[in-house]
Design a protein around this ligand. Structure first.
Ligand code: PMP
Length: 456
């Protein structure tokens, strides 16, 4: 090992991080990069290396890093002398944000919706949605899905599907009924496609109507239109519409968590638009703050049975985030970046499917817009009864490392961390998309060669 004095500045920072930060640190483990500069899709490390960033702050950076309109909006607030911290007081900056956000919402929510500014993380907005619907319905149960991810605070965690994470956190919330999310590639009913999704809907309706089905009266159904952390799994539009019908017919509020899918990422401004479904509550965070922390819920006004202070919190008035968010929302709309995400995403997905055709370890390529997943499988293992090969977590980890070596930052997610996830900014150029595909193909090939016949 190199002597401490021989370490570069970046290496020294990484070493101090490993010594001082908790064992719970996440992305930093697999991505030993010390970013010092970033612009658009490019991140530069302390060692001068440059990376194409397909992690985008876990899907936060719709416009990439330091987009000029975002920087300008932040500078304008700073130069104006406006207060930066105001709890939930009214300000012109917040007023402009709310107006810009409402302009993007489905008409029914835009016209008669309410907004609650939450603590600045997605998970706090999920908590708010759960509390809101519990108050409105007087019921305590919750319907949530396999593969779901909603955050790390108690209520959001209970709704999350990852049992290892929940168990480690001591979560014992028995109020959550787990329902099957339609996962075409690993269909829980072994049939996949429209039929698999229909069976999932049927199971849901059946459980809700069975007085001995074990389902506590639910305050809400909570779902993602495209599961992100679960492994980039898009729900079919027909299934989403069925969930809307099933919940509406039974007086169950439908909460759609658009924390990761929002602001153009999936090819429409909000992911629900594709199906035409209008949720009762939408949970919004990540990109709405234009790279700064911001989280809100918007909901039908009939649900607003809250008392003052029902979801209080100190940091609900981040003026810089609201200004950055306003600029981002406007820029995405004015430049129809959701359409760009749709076109570019379709092209990349089809190219990756081409790669899968001669790379058997790529079991599935899927996604919507610029939310793309590449599921890696173990080609040397036996397929299950329905023909699917097991996941390949070591191969996936190796692909992530090889991608980094080639100057590409990707995230892993999905079951057993076996899905390579691409969440590039919506401003990615055609040339950058080409470079991403080339580097990822090289990484998969190198990782496959290295892991053949043994663990990475
Ligand atoms: N919901 C979804 C769908 C998410 O993807 C995430 C974060 N990945 C969250 C909620 C939680 O957001 P945060 O990490 O900001 O608490």
């Amino acid at each position: 090992m190199a002597a401490a004095s021989a370490l570069t500045a970046g290496e020294a920072i990484l070493r101090r991080q490993a010594q001082r930060e908790s064992a719970a640190r996440t992305y930093a483990r697999a991505l030993p990069v010390v970013p010092v500069r970033a612009r658009g899709m490019t991140v530069e490390g302390a060692d001068g290396r440059r990376y194409l960033d397909c992690l985008s702050g876990a899907g936060t950076l719709a416009l990439g890093h330091n987009h000029p309109v975002v920087l300008e909006a932040i500078r304008a607030v700073l130069d104006s002398g406006a207060p930066l911290h105001v709890l939930d007081l009214a300000t012109p900056v917040k007023d402009a944000f709310t107006t810009a956000l409402f302009e993007t919402l489905p008409a029914e929510l835009a016209e008669r919706g309410r907004i609650q500014f939450c603590g600045p993380a997605g998970t706090d907005a999920v908590e708010a949605a759960l509390k809101l619907t519990r108050t409105a319905t007087g019921r305590g149960g919750l319907l949530a899905f396999s593969g779901a991810y909603h955050g790390m605070t108690a209520g959001a965690l209970a709704a999350t599907g990852d049992t290892a994470v929940r168990a480690a956190a001591g979560d014992t919330d028995a109020r959550v009924t787990r329902l099957p999310y339609p996962y075409d590639y690993r269909c829980p009913f072994g049939v996949g496609g429209d039929r698999g999704a229909e069976l999932s809907a049927r199971w849901t309706a059946h459980q809700l109507d069975d007085p001995k089905g074990g389902v506590l009266p639910p305050a809400a159904m909570l779902l993602e239109a495209v599961q992100g952390e679960g492994g980039v799994i898009p729900a079919p539009d027909a299934w989403l519409r069925r969930m809307r019908e099933i919940t509406a017919a039974r007086g169950i509020p439908l909460i759609v968590d658009e924390v990761q899918t929002g602001v153009g990422r999936t090819g429409t401004f909000w992911a629900v638009e594709r199906s035409g479904v209008v949720p009762d509550v939408m949970v919004l965070s990540k990109a709405i703050g234009g790279s700064l922390p911001l989280a809100v819920i918007v909901y039908r006004e009939e649900l607003d049975g809250w008392r003052p202070g029902a979801h209080a919190g100190t940091f609900r008035g981040n003026q810089l985030a609201m200004a950055a968010g306003t600029a981002t929302l406007r820029f995405v709309r004015e430049h129809a970046l959701h359409e760009r995400a749709e076109t570019l995403g379709a092209r990349m997905t089809s190219r990756l499917r081409g790669l899968a055709a001669h790379q058997p370890c790529v079991g599935d390529v899927r996604g919507r817009g610029l939310m793309i997943g590449v599921e890696l499988v173990d080609t040397e293992a036996e397929p299950d009864d329905y023909g699917a090969l097991p996941n390949a977590p070591q191969l996936a980890a190796r692909v992530q490392q090889e991608a980094l070596r080639r100057g590409l930052i990707v995230e892993l997610g999905g079951r057993h961390g076996s899905v390579v996830r691409l969440l590039p900014p919506l401003t990615m150029t055609d040339e950058q998309a080409e470079a991403v595909l080339e580097r990822l193909a090289g990484a998969i090939e190198a990782a496959r060669a290295a892991t053949r016949g043994g663990p990475a």
